[in-house]
Design a protein around this ligand. Structure first.
Ligand SMILES: C[S@@+](CC[C@H](N)C(=O)[O-])C[C@H]1O[C@@H](n2cnc3c(N)ncnc32)[C@H](O)[C@@H]1O
Length: 232
């Protein structure tokens, strides 16, 4: 009964956070050196065990129950698709998919992305595509540091490579994410609302069915210039 009445994040913050540029400057100037947790190192290694070292990589960061990871793997059978989430509970909820129907070109790992992204960069990997779909918005003004673009790991997110796409139902999040990408890459980065076709994730379905406007930023980090805007 309560399914299609999801709300847009309520926030006293109406535009990009005034502290974002200063935070990002600090994060770009001072490398983030927190030691890796052993379990995240193991999860990173496990995520690459089935990879043939030549298939292009797709990273679904914060994949939740993994519906997007499965759809991406089905749509891109020649890619190795990695779904990462910190929640074992959410990862286990993909179970209704019979194992026999699971695409063979994907892997799910439980890991903290703060370590996973840094391990990825340290290993010199480049993604073909990198999705951050409906990250927790942390809409309170004081929660900027919890949003990915306000976190010290953001410079690593921009180094994962390929086409980076972030989607949200909160325009402020996407505006800030695009600003942070601009500051990090030195290039213009466009963002806009979009109409989802077949929803890629349960959150996308819920927001769409609640009649919400959805937003995304798409940036080809390997392209010379992204001034022309959004990918198709
Ligand atoms: C709002 S949910 C969106 C899930 C999915 N992408 C979707 O759209 O249905 C955000 C997800 O990010 C995951 N997450 C948040 N912080 C994380 C972290 N530091 N490392 C790994 N996963 C994280 C949460 O466990 C959660 O599944």
């Amino acid at each position: 009964m309560t399914y299609a009445n999801s709300r847009i994040p309520i926030s006293a913050q109406q535009g990009a956070h005034t502290n974002l540029a200063r935070r990002l400057e600090r994060h770009l100037a001072a490398p983030f050196r927190k030691p890796y947790a052993e379990c995240n190192v193991r999860a990173f290694e496990a995520s690459l065990e089935g990879w043939d070292r030549s298939a292009p990589l797709i990273l679904d960061a914060g994949c939740g129950v993994g519906h997007s990871t499965i759809q991406l793997a089905r749509a891109n059978p020649d890619h190795w698709v990695i779904g990462v989430d910190q929640s074992e509970d959410r990862l286990q909820r993909r179970k209704p998919y019979p194992e026999a129907m699971m695409p063979r070109n994907l892997v799910f790992v439980r890991a903290d992305l703060v370590d996973y992204w840094r391990l990825w960069c340290e290993a010199g990997l480049r993604a073909a595509r990198h999705y951050i779909l409906y990250p927790n918005p942390w809409p309170k003004i004081g929660h900027l540091a919890r949003r990915w673009h306000g976190h010290p790991v953001f410079p690593f997110i921009a180094r994962v490579g390929g086409v980076l796409e972030c989607r949200s139902n909160w325009s402020v999040y996407i505006d800030e994410f695009a600003c942070a990408l601009e500051a990090t890459t030195g290039r213009a980065v466009a963002w806009s609302s979009f109409e989802p076709g077949e929803p890629l994730t349960p959150f996308e379905r819920k927001y769409r069915d609640s009649g919400q406007v959805l937003y995304r930023v798409v940036c080809d980090l390997d392209a010379a210039d992204d001034r022309d805007g959004l990918a198709a």
